[in-house]
Design a protein around this ligand. Sequence first.
Ligand code: IVH
Length: 705
Amino acid sequence: MYTPEKERRLIELSKELLSKVEQIRSSGLDEAKRYLPLLREVINYHDYKYYVQSSPVISDYEYDTLFRALRDLERKYPQLITPDSPTQRVASEISGEFPTVKHYTPMLSLDNAYTEEELRDFDRRVREATGLDEVEYSVEPKYDGAGIALLYENDLFVRGATRGDGETGEDITSNLKTIRSIPLKAPFSETGIELIEIRGEVLINKEEFKKMNRERLEEGLTPFANPRNAAAGSIRLQNPQEVAKRRLEAVVYQVSYVLPQDRHPSTHYDSIKLLHEAGFKTPFKDMKLCRGIEEAIAYCKLWEEKREDYPYEIDGMVIKVNRKEFYDALGFTSHHPRWAIAFKFKPKQATTKLVKVVFQVGRVGTITPVGKLEPVQIGGVVVSSVSLFNEDFIREKDIRIGDTVLVERAGDVIPYVVEVIKEARDGSEVPIKFPERCPSCGSKLVKLPGESAYRCINIACPAQVVLRLKHWGSREAMDIRGLGDSTAKALYSKGLVKDVGDLYYLKPTDLLALPNFAHKSAQNLYNAIQDSKGRGLHRVLYGLGIRYVGLTTAKKLASVFRDIWELKRAPLERLIGVEGIGEIVAHSIKEFFEREENLAVIKKLQEAGVKLKEEEPSKGGILEGKVFVFTGTLECCSRERAGQIVESLGGTFSNSVSSKTTYLVVGKDPGRTKLQKAQRLGVKTISEEEFIKMVGLQKQSLFPE
Ligand code: IVH
C-alpha cells in the first residue's frame, strides 16, 4: 500500500532521478548498486498508478526515461538484475470480460529511441550482430492506436485479439469484424499460405475523432483524451453494434507467423506488399526502404515535420531491418525484438499548473469552463488554456484551482486535461465554483434535466448574439468573408445588427461606422453579405444554429423538405421519420420554429431575398460522375463556392484525395499532402485556369466597380 506520504516521497524521488538521468546511466558499479533499487521502486510505483489505478502521475515520456535508465544499467551490470525487477515482466491489460487466446508468437513491444545518436547505436548493434557494413532498413509510421493480432486460416479471418500481456490476448473477433478495413477473406492461398498471423493497430482518424468528441459532448458524455484512448475503449466494448458505430479503421504492419513456414516473405517490404495487395490497409505507400541508418534518420525527420498533416495520430517512426534472414541472429529480449526500433517524436503531454477557471458562453448559451494554465510547451506549441467541458468532467476528475494537471495535445485536437496529479497537492487547492448567473448578460443559468451543462437561455444575450452572427458568416454556413469575430462584435455593439436578418438591411455607408473600416472594406463586406443570399436552404439551416443541427443534419433536412416553411410545418413524427434524426434533434427543431423571435428572423431573411429553398440536384450535368478536390487558395472564389459550382453541374466535391478523385484543382500555395497523394494515385492535377475553363466560369472580380 502507498500512503499519501509515501506517494509524495516517490514523486519527489522520480523527479530527482529524472533530473540526473544522464549521470545515472553512466554510473559505475557502486553507484549502480545504489540507484537500481531506487529506480525499481519508483517504476513499480508508476506501474501501479498506471495499470492498477489507471491514474498515472508522470507522462509516458518520463516513465520511459526512467525505465530505460533502469534497463541500461541492468544491461551494463547483468549481475545486478533481480527477478522482481520491472524489466522482467510485460504488463497486462486483461480485464476478464472477453475469452482469452494465445498468440502464435509473443506480441512484443518496441525499443524506443529519442535521439539520432540512439538510432546510430541501434545500427551499430545490428551491424555487429549481422556482420553487415550497411544495413537495409524499412521505415514506416508508428501508429498511435490499439494493438491487435489477426489470424487468417485458409483465407478466412478467423480470430482477432488484443495485445493483452503479449502472450495471451482477449478474443475480440466479433468487434473487429465490424471494422471494414479488415477483410473477412483475403487471397493468401494464392501464394501458398495456409495460415497467417498479422499484427496491426486499430485507429480513428483525426477528423472522425473530432466528430466523435463533438457528439459525445452534445450527448453530455465526457470526450476522449485522444484517438488512441477512443480506439482502445471502442474495440473492447461489449456490444459489437456499438463498435460498428465508432468509425474505426485498422492498419496492419507486421506478418508475425506463417504456415507453411517457408512461405514467409523474405523481407519486411515484401510482407507489407503482400498485405497491401491482399486488400489490407498498410503503410505500403508511406514506407521507405533506406540504405543505411543515415537515410533512415532523414526519413524519420521528414515525417516528424509532416506529422500534423497526417490523417492519423502517429507518435514516431518504426525502423525495421528489412531482410528476415537476419532476425534470428538479432533475436529478442523479453520486451522487444532487436531487429526493430521506434524513433519517438516529441511527446504531446506535459504537466503544468491550473491557475484559474473562466466561464465562456457558447452560441446556444452553453456555459463552458475554461482552465487557464501556466503556459507550457507541448509538441512545439505553447498551451495556456484548456477546455474543462462541463461540471461533470470537473467533478469526475476532481479538478481544483492550483492543481498540477497532466495536459495532452493530440494532433490538431484541442488540449485536454488527462489527469490531476493529486499527489502533488499541498492543501491550498480550491474547488471550482460554477457561476449562478451568465457572465455575459447576468441572467440566471439553468441546468436542464439530463444535461451536464449549464445554459443561459436569454436569446438576446450579447455573447450569444455575436457568436450567432459569426457562425452565420462562417465558411460552411453563409460564407461571408469579413464577418469575423471583431466585426460581429462591432456590428452588435454599435447597435447596427441584433440578429442575422439585420445583416441584409445594412447599407455600405452603415459599415463605414465600424472601426478600421474604409470605403473599400465596407463595400467588400456589403458585397459578401449580398452574395450570400443565394447559398441555399441547407446553409441557412446550418447557419441559424439550431441546437443539434450540424452540417450533415442540415443537408438531410434541406434535401427532404426543400423549403424552410415545409420544415416548419412538419409534425414531430415526420421529423423523426427522417433518416439520422432522433427524438432529441427533432424536438430541438420543433422548439426552434415555435419561438416567435426565430420566426421573425426568418421572415426578415425572406423579405431581404435570402433563398430559403433548396434546388433539385442537377442530373446529367457536364461534370456528372467527376469528383473534384481543391488544394491551395483559389482566386476565383472560395473553395466552398467552387464546390457548389461543381455540384450544380452534376459533379461531386470532396475534401480529400482518393483513388475516386478525377481532378485535383491546384490553387496558390497548395498543401503538400494532397499533391503527393494525387501523384501517388495517378490523379490528374489541373490549374485554377483549367478548372474555370472546364466549368465555363467567367473570371470575375470580387469587387465589381
Ligand atoms: S512492429 C515485434 N510497426 O507500437 C514488433 N509496431 O510501442 C512488432 N506500433 O506494440 C511491432 N505502429 O502496437 C510495429 N508500424 C508499426 C507500428 C507498431 C505502431 C505499435 C505496436 C507496438 C507498439 C510499441
